[in-house]
Design a protein around this ligand. Structure first.
Ligand code: SF4
Ligand SMILES: [Zn+2]
Length: 197
């Protein structure tokens, strides 16, 4: 089987209703089914693969989905945060423990597209400061535009920023993740300072 039909946003991985499919993230959130079938491994296709895997890693039934794709012999697409290369690698191994093999593949994935975008465009400087290398001060990640400081805050706090993100270290333009703060970080630091006073 190369590509099972998807009649809705959710994968129909077994061709019949299964309880776990009701919990599929791609069934409860509106997504384009084509997003799971990248068109190639050039830069744009690779980005699409990474985005689909990132999405799947938030799915509560990704293990069942990955197992179903392995059992069903799906050749194409991202299922359970694994692409076809990873599925072939698992199928080639002698291991009886497919669940562990899937977990091992997950561990190799890069799950942070924000960090990827940030790392490619920054340079470490002295005293922990970080410089943004690009002329452009906006970068698109997962379909949204980010300033360098917003990316840095997202990396350090593991959440999107709230309010204005400002450099706090005094070095103009520094975007070290630990040297930027949004409203939430500023409020938290204010409370800590009051408590210490
Ligand atoms: S792991 Fe991905 S493809 Fe599979 S059900 Fe979840 S969101 Fe859909
Ligand atoms: Zn700094």
């Amino acid at each position: 089987m190369t590509r099972p039909a998807r009649s809705s946003h959710a994968p129909d991985t077994l061709g019949r209703a299964e309880d776990w499919q009701d919990k599929a993230l791609c069934r409860t959130v509106v997504v384009d089914p084509e997003a799971f079938f990248p068109t190639g491994r050039a830069a744009a296709g690779q980005q699409q693969i990474d985005d689909a895997k990132t999405f799947c890693m938030s799915c509560p039934v990704r293990m069942a989905c990955a197992l179903a794709a392995l059992t069903g012999g799906y050749d194409n697409g991202v299922w359970g945060a694994l692409d076809e290369v990873q599925r072939r690698r698992i199928l080639r191994t002698d291991s009886d423990d497919r669940r562990q093999a899937i977990r091992d593949e997950w561990a190799r994935l890069r799950f942070d597209p924000h960090f990827d975008a940030y790392a490619k465009r920054t340079e470490q400087e002295d005293n922990g400061h970080v410089r943004w290398l690009m002329k452009s001060t906006s970068v698109t990640v997962l379909g949204r535009n980010w300033t360098p400081a917003q990316l840095a805050l997202t990396i350090s706090q593991r959440r999107p920023p709230q309010g204005a993100v400002k450099t706090t270290c005094g070095r103009p333009g520094c975007v070290a993740p630990e040297h930027v703060a949004d409203d939430v970080v500023r409020r938290s630091r204010g409370r800590t300072q009051k408590a210490a006073a």
